[in-house]
Design a protein around this ligand. Structure first.
Ligand SMILES: [Zn+2]
Length: 437
């Protein structure tokens, strides 16, 4: 099979993975200016990368450093036609918002891999009905329905009242419900008063750490199997929960490579905690090679033979990252941190479009310091002369009319004493983070 098609093979052998990696690195160098610069700086010739063992010779790709000042044309394949690309946007809730581009073929492969990960927990019917509870849906209805041959996908915005979200679930009777654990937990609490049988085959948690108490709440309310998926927009499904052991994840080896490295980017021995790097094995339109996800995790020592679940793929755990606090609105409603983080980034979209810029800032943090007040810390890009308060005020009042905000322009954001970064911090005096409303 030609190298350029090998990336779409299912069940890649380690030899296949080496070939795909070599192909992607050569393609990056030839076709994508930001990668060519990066490799030149490191004095690495693309032909030197022949196998996974050569990966540590490549620099770590930081979203902010690599993509921040580069125009879109410098980040995607020279022959890619932007209007024909499928675009996915990172929510910006875990770091800095970024648009991801892929070809239609790459997007189909990515969806097929996610479906195969969902199928690890039992058979799923086709066409599959999926409801995804997400942080943003275009338009005013808060609902987006896509019908494809293999599946119908209904996206529901977490901005909708919980009762409306439950109505939509009951209406679409999904086989799979997927969403952020914080959004699913709020939904689960609403479901306790709901008598209709929902019982999807699978509840797929993604995008945030899934804590054990949250898992139990969701499992109890839905009466369904809950499984954790380590997903990101840059890859799709990075790893899926072992069906036999919920404390470990299996790396989705058809989608990506996972490395655990220290602060300097040196590979760590298995079992040691470090930062998670991923390499996308199928996207050559906008490749991600040794890309830092800003999560911390471990890769377990290789097991002899198969795992108890039958899989041979590497086992890992994600230990921290994507663990923000709930926000409590003046109305008494508790909302997912994803909703608030997305409201902040999207508030600037119309103005960015009008001025033809991609964004006005990369880094921000939301601190709830009173029930009716948020402090938004923003590290601005350059002086765009924006009245941040005037833009953010109405956007946040859209979540709750009683919500006020103050914008602080800062040089740097604050980290937890543990060194972990939280994008949304609940700091109402006397209220523990994450406590129920
Ligand atoms: Zn397993």
């Amino acid at each position: 099979m030609a190298d350029r098609f090998l990336r779409f093979k299912r069940g890649k052998s380690s030899r296949d993975v080496d070939r795909v990696l070599g192909f992607l690195v050569r393609s990056c160098y030839r076709n994508i200016p930001v990668y060519r610069r990066l490799l030149d700086e490191r004095r690495v010739q693309p032909n030197e990368i022949r196998s996974v063992a050569d990966l540590p010779r490549l620099p770590i790709v930081e979203r902010e450093k690599l993509f921040r000042d580069a125009p879109i044309r410098d980040r995607i394949h020279a022959h890619a036609s932007i209007p024909h690309c499928v675009r996915a946007a990172t929510s910006g809730s875990t770091g800095f918002p970024l648009d991801i581009y892929m070809s239609r073929g790459e997007a189909i492969y990515r969806r097929a891999l996610l479906l195969s990960a969902w199928r690890r927990y039992g058979p799923l019917p086709l066409p599959l009905r999926v409801v995804d509870v997400g942080s943003w849906v275009q338009g005013t209805s808060g609902v987006d329905i896509k019908r494809r041959t293999a599946a119908s996908i209904v996206r529901i915005s977490i901005a909708l009242p919980v009762e409306r979200q439950i109505d939509l679930l009951a209406q679409h009777r999904p086989h799979v419900v997927s969403g952020y654990p914080t959004a699913l937990e709020i939904l689960a609490e609403g479901l306790r008063d709901f008598s209709a049988a929902l019982s999807p085959r699978l509840v797929a948690a993604r995008g945030e750490l899934l804590h054990e108490t949250t898992r139990r709440t969701i499992e109890g309310a839905f009466g369904s199997r809950v499984a954790d998926f380590y997903n990101c927009e840059e890859i799709g499904n990075v790893a899926w929960e072992c069906p036999r052991d919920p404390t470990i994840l299996h790396v989705h080896t058809d989608a990506c490579l996972v490395e655990i490295v220290d602060r300097e980017g040196n590979p760590l021995p298995s079992g040691a905690e470090g930062q998670v790097l991923v390499t996308n094995l199928y996207n050559r339109t906008m490749p991600f090679v040794r890309y830092a996800l800003h999560d911390r995790g471990i890769l377990y020592p290789p097991s002899k033979g198969r795992c108890a679940c039958g899989s041979r793929s590497p086992r890992m755990a994600v230990l921290s990252g994507r663990d923000d606090d709930y926000v409590h609105l003046p109305s008494g409603r508790r909302v997912s941190p994803r909703l608030v983080a997305t409201a902040v980034t999207r508030a600037f979209d119309p103005l960015a479009q009008e001025r033809g810029v991609e964004r006005f800032f990369w880094k921000f943090q939301v601190v709830q310091d009173a029930i009716d007040h948020l402090t938004i810390r923003i590290v601005p890009d350059v002086d765009h002369g924006l009245a941040f308060d005037e833009i953010l005020g109405p956007a946040l009042r859209g979540l709750d009319p009683g919500l006020r905000c103050t914008v602080n322009l800062v040089d740097a954001l604050s980290y937890e004493p543990s060194g972990k970064f939280k994008k949304v911090i609940q700091a109402i005096p006397g209220r523990a983070a994450g406590s129920p409303s």
